[in-house]
Structure formats: C-alpha cells, structure tokens
Design a protein around this ligand. Structure first.
Ligand code: F6R
Length: 611
C-alpha cells in the first residue's frame, strides 16, 4: 500500500527520500514521486512503476543541481485507489498556486463533494485523485500558517489519512497529520523524518514517535511539536526501535520470500522464546495482561483477521476447541462491523494481523472494544496501530516480513495461537501431563521445520508439475483445511495460477466437475484421525485422472501419488506448520519457474490500510 517519507534537516534530502522509498517498496505500489521546496514553488518529480524509475527521473531532471541542494522534501509511493497509476495521479499533489505539496495515504471519502465546491471556486483539477482535493483545500485555507491551514482543511474531511504537507514559503517545516493511516516520526542527528512505517527510518535513527489518530505535528530540523486539530498540545513519548527493524536485507537469498521461508526456524524460536514452561506444561504470555479470573470468565473466543491471518485464525479455532474446550469462531474482519456481531464482556476477541495496520482488522478491534469484549492483538509489527489500540496481546517477534506474500507471519501466528490455547487450556481442563507433551512438541517446532526446509531442492522438482496448469486444487480437512486454503492463496498470489483450497469432503459437492486428466491436486494427508477419509478423497480425484501431490507424514504411504512431500511425525495441530512451509516452498518454486516478480506480485500491497 502507499508509503510516505519526509525529511527536514541539514543533509541533502533527495538520497534520504529515495532511500526511504526503496525501503517502503515492499508495501506494494505502482507509481512514486517526490517534492522539494524551491524559492517560490515546489519542484516535483514523478514516475510510473518502480522507485528505480523515479531515481532515474531525478538523475535526468533538468533541475538536478537544485534538487540536490534541497535539505527538505516529501516523497511517496502510490498504490492506485482513485484513478489509474499515471504520473498525473502520482503524489505529491499541489494546491492552485503550486507552492504547497501534499503526500497522502488513505482515502478521502467525501472527496466528490469537496471537489465540486473547489471547482465552483475556479479550481482545475490535474488528476483523478482524492488527494489533489485535499491539497487544493489546504491551499484555500493557507494564509501563511501551514499548520492552521492543514487543521482547517482536515476538519472538512471524512475518511482516512496519513499526510505530509510542505510549502515553498516555509521550506524548513513539514506538517503531518494522521487519522486511520499510520505515521511515525523519526528523530535523527541531522534532522527529523516522517514515514508511514519504520522501515523507511531505521537507516537514520532508532528514536521514533508514533502518532495517534487526531494528531497534527509540525516537524523542523530540530523540533517536533504535536497538537490536535484545535492546537491543544499533545505529549507523545519517544520510543526506541527494535534492533531488527533494520534487518531487511535479502541475506544472500534470491528473494525476500525465500529468505523469510528459511527464517522460520529462527522466527518461531523467537515467538516461543521465554514463553514455554516445559516443566509445568504451561505457556507464559505476560503481554496478554489477563488475570486467572479474566481467563476463567471467557465463554467464547472470536478471532478476526484478513487473508493469510484469517487462515491462521482458522487453525486457531481448532486449537482452542481441541485443547482448551473453548467455543471458538473465526470472523472475517471486513464483515465484522457490518453484521451486528453478538459480542459481550465474556467474549475474548483476538485480532490477528502481521502488519498491525490492516484497516478492516483495526475497525473490528474498535467495534469489539465498543461492545465491551476483552480484545487482544496478535501482531508482528511493534508499535503498529492494532498493537497500540489493543494495548495487550502477543507479539509474534517474527522479524520484518518484506515479501508481500506472508510466510513467517502465518507460521508465527499459528505458533502464538497454540501458545494462547495452551495457556487457556491449562487454566481449564488440560492435565499437566498433556500440557507437558504439547509444550515439548512446540519446543521441537524449529527442528521439525528444518527437516522440511532440507527438502527445498526436491520440492523445486515437484513444482514442475504445477507450472502452466489451468486449475490447481488443494485439499485438506480439520486443521489442514486452512492449510489447504493458505497453500492455494500462496500459489495464486505469487505465480498467478488459478488455485483453490477446499475442504477435502466438499470437492465432490461441486468443484470435482473441474477435474480433467492431469489436473494437479495437492492433498494434505498427514497423520490425523481423518487421514484415511482424506486419502479416499484423493483416490476419487485420481480416478478422474488428477495428478496427486501428497503431503504426508514421514514413513506413511501415498499410493498412486505423482509426487510426495513429507513432514516429520507430530500431532496434527503442530503439523499444520511444517505442512504449510512445504506448500510455501512449492508456491515459491512454481512462481520462480513462471518467472514472476515474487516479492512484489502485481496488484498486491503489503499492508492493506484501506477498507
Ligand atoms: C497474503 C497476505 C495477505 C495478508 C492480509 C492481512 O500472503 O499477506 O492476505 O495476510 O492482507 O494482513 P495482516 O496480517 O498484515 O493484517
């Protein structure tokens, strides 16, 4: 999704802005641009496509010398929402005088009516964007005090925004504001920065201030002054960035996705670190901030999330029911606030989000809090909006996930859900003996994963069966049903092949009509109480000529399968993790063979901060 970086200080701004945009590339975007204050105007450079195009355009710009001497500026990567990805729609956008520039993440919902009003005042729009409406509106209010003008314009605006605004008249200040779209300020030795996430800041500073909704700030080279829209001062504390926020290099791997797949033993070790009491068969999750009484009073668990996080929630549903005897259900975050969710104080709502910024999941958090539920976050990005608004929960500690397709996000989410389930289960009916066994299996996860990663070359061979296929099916049941959904999602998002995940028993109720001789069907059949039933479903497919790619427990049979991927023996809930990793590698190698841009698939964004 869109990214923002702004800088004001004593160094040349252009390299800082372009470097920041490079670091934000992982969020997904389709055009980029920057604006630098000049004597009586804002110099703008924009390009459609990758940041490398913007770098080239900056290098070629006739005004290069001026651009290089600027010590402040704002820049943006745009992921199109209103209007096609063109140069004219790329940010920054300008007011009528061209002296005021704005970059914006989010959506101005009432932009149509505002646009009509501005047209009536003689404005001629140069883009199709909602952002240009806001830039021009600020210009209408501007009478020398940019912060006042921004506050006045924002009072007219409905929707979500994270913005950075500059005026050529005040080149030493940037005005920033946030409502519903994250912004973080960086305090560097040679100036101050603003960005939509910390990835763009880590090269310059470890000291940051997270803005909250309603905050308006003026940043200069040496000061940060935060107020609300009514100029009431606001005090926000300075936080220290996690040391690994900067660990975003590929580390010798061809793609971030492959690196992140191979990161998983370490990522899961970090998720588990200090949280397992092997002797007592318990988990220790201090961040949940819940008393034994709180936990005893929980009647139901409702998990909300989107995409891959939703699939993790579906595994969690089995974990809470099987291990903790607790009624658990999964709700799509996007639907939650529109369906009159029946939530009360005895419900525990768990918001699952790798980025901690997904707009729908955040809205579900707010809705659940309003209804009085106990709300916890299961989030990877420290200091993200969901983490801050839930105030308690479990951090995944997976490290930065740069590849747009989530991998270690999913497996650490499942690991954290299993830890939560163990905690709740031991507070209820689970025996110490059972708790010890489960804790021991969780502690073995990194080794189980390594044995799947060791099959990387073999999985690359199996991938050839999927290349160029019209339809590919993934089947599973029980906790392997969400694994099938996740395997299919991974394949479709990075290889652009049509893949569907199904409950194994559902196939014959319709989708089996799509099977033709040679259609690949990936069957998740590790050891489980229903393994034989799943295998019967595989046979039904094979009888219709399908090629079976089986995922089974080491040492078990997969008669008639075209290819077999194995995972080590462990109980089904735990096995969901190595099984998913086998499918991540499969998707990766298919996408590689299809020559797809694996880390940044078309049309996708890393964090979806619009509804
Ligand atoms: C798929 C993927 C997405 C995200 C979804 C939610 O690989 O990454 O489906 O899982 O957009 O994102 P988070 O977890 O950041 O809320």
């Amino acid at each position: 999704m869109c990214g923002i970086i702004g800088y004001v200080g004593s160094k040349a701004a252009v390299p800082i802005l372009l470097g920041g945009l490079k670091r934000l590339e992982y969020r997904g975007y389709d055009s980029a641009g920057l604006a630098l204050p000049q004597t009586d105007t804002m110099l703008a450079i924009k390009a459609v496509g990758k940041v490398s195009k913007l770098i080239e355009a900056t290098r070629q710009h006739p005004n290069t010398a001026l651009a290089e001497s600027s010590t402040s500026g704002i820049a943006h990567t745009r992921w199109a929402t209103h209007g096609a990805p063109t140069e004219s729609n790329a940010h920054p956008h300008f007011d009528k005088s061209q002296r005021l520039a704005l970059v914006h993440n989010g959506i101005i919902e009432n932009y149509r009516s505002l646009r009509q009003k501005l047209i009536a005042l003689g404005h001629e729009f140069k883009s199709d964007t909602d952002t240009e409406v806001l830039a021009r509106l600020i210009g209408e209010y501007y009478q020398g005090d940019l912060r006042l003008a921004v506050a006045s314009a924002l009072r007219q605006v409905e929707g979500a925004y994270g913005i950075a605004v500059m005026s050529a008249n005040q080149p030493g200040e940037i005005i920033v504001a946030r409502k519903g779209s994250p912004l973080v300020l960086g305090i560097g030795e040679h100036g101050c920065l603003v960005a939509s996430d910390t990835a763009a800041l880590v090269a310059h500073t470890q000291q940051v201030i997270y803005l909250d909704d309603g905050d308006l700030a003026k940043i200069t080279a040496t000061s940060i002054d935060i107020t609300d829209l009514n100029q009431t001062p606001i005090d926000r504390s300075i936080k220290q960035l996690e040391p690994d926020a900067g660990a975003i290099e590929k580390g010798g791997y061809e793609h971030f996705m492959l690196k992140e797949i191979f990161d998983q033993p370490e990522a899961i070790t970090n998720t588990l670190r200090g949280r397992l009491d092997l002797a007592q068969g318990k988990s220790i999750l201090a961040g949940m901030g819940t008393s034994t009484r709180d936990l005893a009073e929980i009647r139901r668990i409702v998990m909300v999330g989107c995409g891959t996080s939703l699939h993790a929630a579906m595994v969690g549903e089995f974990a809470f029911e099987d291990l903790a005897d607790l009624h658990a259900e999964v709700q799509q975050a996007a639907e939650f606030r529109y369906r009159n969710p029946l939530i009360d104080a005895q419900d525990l709502v768990i918001a699952i989000s790798q980025s901690g910024e997904t707009a729908d999941t955040l809205a579900a958090v707010r809705e659940a809090k309003e209804k009085g539920a106990l709300v916890l976050g299961l989030v990877n990005v420290v200091g993200s909006t969901i983490a801050r608004e839930t105030g308690r929960g479990v951090y995944l500690h997976a490290g930065p996930e740069i590849s747009v397709a989530s991998t270690k996000g999913f497996t650490t989410q499942v690991t954290a859900l299993l830890l939560m389930a163990l905690k709740l289960a031991r507070g209820r009916r689970m025996s110490q003996e059972r708790g010890e066994a489960l804790a021991k299996s969780l502690a073995q996860l990194p080794d189980l994963i390594r044995s799947v990663l060791a099959q990387n070359d073999a999985i690359a061979q199996v991938a050839q069966h999927l290349v160029g296929q019209e339809h590919i099916f993934y089947l599973g049941r029980g906790p392997f049903h969400p694994v099938a959904l996740e395997g299919a999602l991974k394949l479709k998002e990075i290889s652009y092949l049509h893949a569907e995940g199904y409950h194994a028993a559902e196939l014959k109720h319709g989708p089996i009509a799509l099977l033709t001789p040679g259609t690949p069907v990936v069957v998740l059949a590790p050891e489980s109480p229903v393994r034989d039933k799943v295998w019967s479903n595989a046979e039904e497919c094979r009888a219709r000529g399908a090629k079976i790619i089986a995922v089974v427990t080491e040492g078990t049979e997969a008669p008639g399968a075209t290819a077999v991927l194995t995972i080590p023996a462990c109980e089904p809930l735990i096995a969901t993790i190595p099984a998913t990793i086998a499918l991540q590698l499969l998707a990766y190698h298919v996408a590689r063979l299809q020559q797809c841009p694996i880390d940044q698939p078309r049309n996708l964004a890393k964090s979806v901060t619009v509804e």
